[in-house]
Write a protein that binds this ligand. Structure first.
Ligand SMILES: [Zn+2]
Ligand SMILES: [Zn+2]
Length: 261
């Protein structure tokens, strides 16, 4: 099993040392484990590492990669937002295995953060449909930037349960077309199972659209605590196989490779 989406205490909202994540992954039978902590940017600084922490993050990673080389394949990445004017060019110049591109903000609104000053009414104030469309337009823009390898939690906008049962619409399809054009993979991210929505990202209906376009998938637990490193991965693998996937993507030095699942 692989999981390419994992955080570390450096983002200030995760716990556990990097070594604890690695040891838990080995214990749970993970064979390919990627760190993808929140990259620094000039925005929302409290929820990510700072630019001067990148060196320490990467050197700690390389020490663990060497130490555990005979037990597990470790990969290095970042999860980054695409927010023009707020991203740091240095992040996109790091020598990593992959970058996960995620949308956590619509303008100034950090919609997935229950502690955001906007409060939970913001979804209704902006309109559920408008918010959905703005979110998937931002996913399409992120893909079109060409800066990323993996789409993070592609339908994160549903996390609080506002869109139960919503079918993929033209906003979703436009985003998938941009993703296809950018040769990106989409992760099956299991963290949604622990949120109000109680469902992985993407929904099965969106995953079927992804499969029908031959867009590669990868897997991520989005662990912010070592104990979540591998919990729901077998479920995610079963889901992928049930829609028809026989392979999943891993990245090394920003090159995609497909592996049998
Ligand atoms: Zn996080
Ligand atoms: Zn995220």
């Amino acid at each position: 099993m692989m999981t390419l989406h994992n955080h570390t205490a450096r983002c200030n909202h995760a716990t556990g040392t990097m070594e604890e994540y690695v040891q838990e992954a080995i214990r749970r039978g993970v064979t390919i484990f990627g760190f993808s902590d929140h990259a620094p940017m000039l925005w929302d600084e409290g929820y990510r590492m700072s630019a001067d922490e990148m060196d320490a993050y990467e050197s700690e990673f390389f020490a663990l990669k060497a130490k555990y080389a005979d037990q597990i394949t470790l990969l290095l990445g970042y999860e980054a937002d695409y927010l023009p004017g707020k991203t740091l060019r240095e992040v996109f110049e790091r020598k990593v295995d992959y970058l996960i591109g995620s949308v956590h903000f619509l303008g100034d609104w950090g919609f997935d953060n229950p502690q955001s000053v906007f409060g939970m009414d913001e979804f209704l104030q902006r309109g559920l449909d408008e918010t959905w469309r703005a979110y998937f337009a931002a996913i399409a823009d992120m893909a079109a930037s060409g800066l990323f390898d993996i789409v993070g939690h592609i339908d994160l906008i549903k996390l609080f349960g506002h869109y139960k049962g919503k079918k993929p619409d033209d906003a979703v399809i436009a985003a998938l077309e941009a993703i296809k054009k950018a040769n990106m993979a989409v992760e099956i991210n299991t963290s949604g199972l622990r949120k109000t929505v109680g469902e992985q990202y993407p929904s099965e209906a969106i995953l079927r659209e992804i499969f029908s376009r031959a867009i590669p998938i990868t897997f991520g637990g989005d662990a912010h605590e070592p104990r979540y490193v591998a919990g729901e991965l077998p479920f995610a693998y079963d889901l992928a196989r049930s829609v028809g996937y026989k392979e999943a993507a891993v990245f090394e030095a920003r090159k995609m490779r497909l592996m049998k699942i």
